[in-house]
Ligand binder design. Structure first.
Ligand code: SF4
Ligand code: SF4
Length: 255
């Protein structure tokens, strides 16, 4: 019976305001055990944060640290973090004392031990987000006493900026899932362009300058100035531009 309430797969219960226990850090026997042999998806915002952190270009980041993987649909690939080629297949950012990119670690590393799901079509008008507890058998952090709510965990892990940016990306990926490539197939010119916008922000900045892209749309001068140097603002613009050219949707208005 559909009573209008969101249905979840069996065994998945959203945490809501329920408290949970967790602590991660040096001193735990499992410390750093989780930073290896990972199928870790990188979202476009993760890549901006990491390439800045490493002071390398987005091209170099993509070339050195990523591989393609399967996404939730066949019309656009996922980008995965490439593990090191050592016997342990460790994360390339794992140092002797822990994560060397901690302040800019990817969404997945921040969110664990939670998992986030977003329902874009709830009965109400706004997308709804849900968090679930996830446990790796080797993870001893769940036995610790520190107590959290979803809200306090999100704040502690500084996830708001990540979730906000990932939601913009999810809107675009929902569009990709509808196969907007007009028969070009995977790897066609439109998909390559979209891949650049999503994952190669430095390449997109050059493209935008060459094509005088900002001149083609009504943009407030303050936003226009920010777009010249701010990767996060440019990525958001890029997502709007993709919606515009692929589906005629989004907020951009031509001059
Ligand atoms: S296994 Fe769990 S507690 Fe241990 S380091 Fe990883 S996330 Fe932290
Ligand atoms: S980015 Fe940091 S926290 Fe995430 S897997 Fe790598 S070393 Fe671990």
């Amino acid at each position: 019976m559909d009573d209008g309430r969101k249905q979840f797969p069996k065994g998945m219960i959203p945490l809501g305001k329920t408290k949970f226990h967790f602590r991660c850090g040096p001193g735990l026997k499992c410390y750093m055990a989780c930073c290896r042999k990972l199928d870790l998806i990188l979202y476009p915002y993760d890549i901006i944060r990491l390439k800045k952190r490493l002071s390398i270009s987005s091209e170099e980041f993509m070339r050195t640290h990523t591989r393609l993987g399967a996404s939730s649909h066949p019309f656009f690939p996922a980008v995965m973090l490439l593990m090191s080629e050592n016997s342990e297949q460790t994360c390339p950012f794992l140092g002797v004392n822990g994560c060397t990119v901690y302040e800019d670690r990817p969404t997945a590393c921040r969110t664990y031990p939670l998992e986030r799901a977003v329902d874009r079509n709830p009965a109400g008008t706004r997308p709804a987000e849900y968090y679930f507890m996830t446990k790796h058998s080797y993870c001893l952090g769940h036995r610790e006493r520190e107590e959290w709510t979803v809200k306090s965990w999100l704040r502690d892990q500084k996830l708001q900026a990540y979730n906000g940016a990932n939601d913009f990306w999810a809107e675009v990926d929902t569009l990709f899932a509808r196969n907007p490539w007009q028969g070009e197939g995977a790897g066609g010119p439109r998909q390559q362009l979209a891949f650049m916008v999503c994952y190669n922000i430095d390449g997109f900045r050059r493209f935008a300058a060459e094509q005088k892209l900002f001149d083609q749309f009504r943009l407030e001068s303050s936003r226009r100035r920010v777009l010249e140097y701010d990767d996060e603002a440019l990525q958001k613009f890029g997502f709007e531009w993709l919606k515009h050219i692929l589906a005629g949707s989004g907020n951009l208005q031509r001059r």
